[in-house]
Design a protein around this ligand. Sequence first.
Ligand code: SF4
Ligand code: SF3
Length: 516
Amino acid sequence: MFCFQCQQTAHNTGCEGKAGVCGKKSDTANFQDELTGALIGLARAVKSAKPTKAADELVLKGLFTTITNVNFNNETINTLLAQVNAEKEKIAADAENYDVQQIWDADEDIRSLKSLILFGMRGMAAYAYHAFALGFTSQKVTTFFYDGLYAVGEDYGMDELLPLVLKTGEANYKCMELLDKANTESYGTPVPTEVPLTIEKGPFIVVSGHDLHDLKLLLEQTKDKGINIYTHSEMLPAHGYPELKKYPHLKGNFGTAWQSQQSEFHNIPAPILFTTNCLMPVRQSYADRVFTTSVVSYPELVHIGEDKDFTPVIEKALECGGYEEDHPMTGINGGTTVTTGFAHGTVLSVAGKVIDLVKQGKIKHFFLIGGCDGAAPGRSYYTEFAKKTPIDTVILTLACGKYRLNDLKLGEIEGIPRIMDMGQCNDAYSAIKVALALADAFGCGVNELPLSLILSWYEQKAVAILLSLLYLGIKNIYLGPTLPAFISPNVLQVLVEKYNITPISTPEEDLKKILG
Ligand code: SF4
Ligand code: SF3
């Protein structure tokens, strides 16, 4: 096997041998490569013939399946592989699949650029899939998947691949816009919401991942059953959506970030449902309580199929019974509640006030601390950074990296909270919208705003978002905890020269550099 697509890759060079750091086995990694090669075959097929609806959906599923911490199950990967091959046969039988090993063996700059495109598309496919689940699609986004997949299978040089990297960012920006539309049209504009971290007594279900549609269906199916629902990890922002928060049994958030799940799930008296990443190898002590749905899959766990009949999860919740008394839990800094729901709709509704506070010098700087969490010890940087930000600055958060700091109580600036959570990783779209609106109000470019992006990455959605930021010409991004292993020195040089991407150092030094 060879895999270097995520931040925790072995020695920051690549996972090899029998299994990766994430627990993905070598045969699974190889099947995922085969699936990717088949998707390239499908993209080749649609060069000469019209794609089918089934092919469009298979591209999303196939790419999403290969994201880190999504699928550990050879059986479901092979089923998908067979479906992709069958669909390709129908469209253009003579189109050939591609051997992805050629990318891993290529010259390091070509390998680097193709990796940026391929991994970015994997992240983007997850967003497109969530939008698709809510009935929203975009021809432009769909077309890009075929074009991008086709390109990574071609013998292209730097000059052809570099613009495609930015095109991936452009397509992902459109895709995040689509998902924003899908989420807000389906569930309303998020509103600021305080979310308790205490688990109330009685039966409950923990829902993890990003898929709001799955959560909504589960909320419906558990109505009036005496079962409470708690979000976990990237599902937390669901509490801000009016059409989801109206369910009184959507009670709060369970636990901290995804990488703590093995200890946090160990002895809870409740089932856990995974709708997307990040699923870690499941320990025996709680294996009978973990359920998967959508493209998430793990050998021997009960999978909820496309009928979305959550009865097995509901029965397990009743059987486990929950805690006998209310069970207080805290965030990593000891806080007992967190807040969310500050998406672009809410933030822009108070834009006038924010702009006044900036003009009066009461808000001096904005930090977007966004991206993934993970196990690397260097990630305490983000907590320390937040703690050290001056009191006249505001922090916007995104994605699951927020668990490093979202229970800190940093106060307010004239009614504007100093920490505002904009949502899941795809809600980077919200942050971009706010930044563009502020730039407009101040009559400057985004790069001239008193705004700094302090990003953390782990999996491939973060890659997609980074490419969108580059496509928008956003510079001076601080990136950590380590730089991606798949970025070659030459490609890094381009990123540094053109965009001034800076690896994080220490919170003190970076704050000094930023605030001058
Ligand atoms: Fe290694 Fe990450 Fe690939 Fe898992 S997804 S095998 S940890 S690089
Ligand atoms: Fe997190 Fe896995 Fe990336 Fe959507 S849930 S951000 S790491």
